[in-house]
Design a protein around this ligand. Structure first.
Ligand code: AMP
Length: 206
C-alpha cells in the first residue's frame, strides 16, 4: 500500500462525485481507513433499508432495480438524520448529492450544522470502462458465492449511466462555480488514485 496515513486534526468534509463504477465506495473506504472520516453512502443506506424489509426499503426497491434515482426527499432525509446524530470529525459523501436539488439541500444542511465543505472530488472514468468494471464486480461476487447487487447488470447499468449523465453530471459545473471542485483521473490503479485523494484531503484548507 503506497497511501500515506494522516491523522487529521481538523474537520474535513468531502463529496465523492462520479458515475457508477468510478470507485467512489472503494476510495471512500480507504479515506475512512486513512483519515478516520465517516462514510455516508446513500446507496448503502438504501440497500440496508431494502434488506431490512422496512417501509422505506419497499418503496425504493423497484426504483433502484430499474437504475433510476429515488426521490430527493428520501435521500435528503437519510443524510439529515446521519449529520445530526454524529460527532464525526468529518464526512465523505459517497453517492450524495446526485441532483442539483440535493446539492442545494446539502449546502443548507451544512450551513445549519456549521460544517464546511472542504472539496467535491470528481472521479473521472470513461463509460466503456465503467461497464466492464461493474460487470466484473458482479462476476467476482458471483464466483465468490457472495450476493450480487440487483442493479449490477448490463441493462440496469445503461439506465444508471443515463441517470448520472442527465441528473448528476451537472453537479460538476455546480461545484466548479463554487471553487470546490477537484478532478481526479480514476482510470488507473486503486492505490495511485487513493494517493491523489489523500493529497487532496490533506491539502484542504482548515
Ligand atoms: P449507489 O450504491 O450509490 O450506486 O446507489 C445505488 C442506487 O441507489 C442508485 O442507482 C439509486 O437508485 C439509489 N441512490 C443512491 N444514492 C442516491 C441519491 N443520492 N439520490 C437518488 N438515488 C440514490
Amino acid at each position: 500500500m503506497t497511501t500515506q496515513t494522516e491523522t487529521l486534526t481538523r474537520m474535513v468534509n468531502v463529496i465523492l462525485l462520479g458515475p457508477p463504477g468510478a470507485g467512489k465506495g472503494t476510495q471512500a473506504e480507504l479515506l475512512v481507513k486513512n483519515h478516520g472520516l465517516v462514510q455516508l453512502s446513500t446507496g448503502d443506506m438504501l440497500r440496508q433499508a431494502k434488506a431490512s424489509g422496512s417501509e422505506l426499503g419497499k418503496r425504493v426497491a423497484e426504483v433502484m432495480e430499474r437504475g433510476e434515482l429515488v426521490t430527493d426527499d428520501i435521500v435528503i432525509g437519510l443524510i439529515k438524520e446521519k449529520l445530526s446524530n454524529s460527532e464525526a470529525k468529518g464526512f465523505i459523501f459517497d453517492g450524495f448529492p446526485r441532483t442539483l436539488a440535493q446539492a442545494d439541500a446539502l449546502a443548507a444542511l451544512l450551513e445549519e450544522t456549521g460544517v464546511t465543505l472542504s472539496a467535491a472530488i470528481e472521479l473521472q472514468v470513461d463509460d466503456k470502462i465503467l461497464v466492464e468494471r461493474i460487470l466484473n464486480r458482479a462476476e467476482q461476487a458471483r464466483a465468490a458465492g457472495q450476493p450480487v447487487r440487483a442493479d449490477d447488470n448490463a441493462e440496469t447499468l445503461t439506465q444508471r449511466l443515463a441517470a448520472y449523465h442527465a441528473q448528476t453530471a451537472p453537479l460538476i459545473e455546480y461545484y466548479k462555480s463554487k471553487g470546490a471542485l477537484k478532478s481526479v483521473d480514476a482510470m488507473g490503479e486503486i492505490d495511485a488514485i487513493a494517493t491523489e485523494l489523500n493529497a487532496i484531503v490533506s491539502q484542504t484548507p482548515a
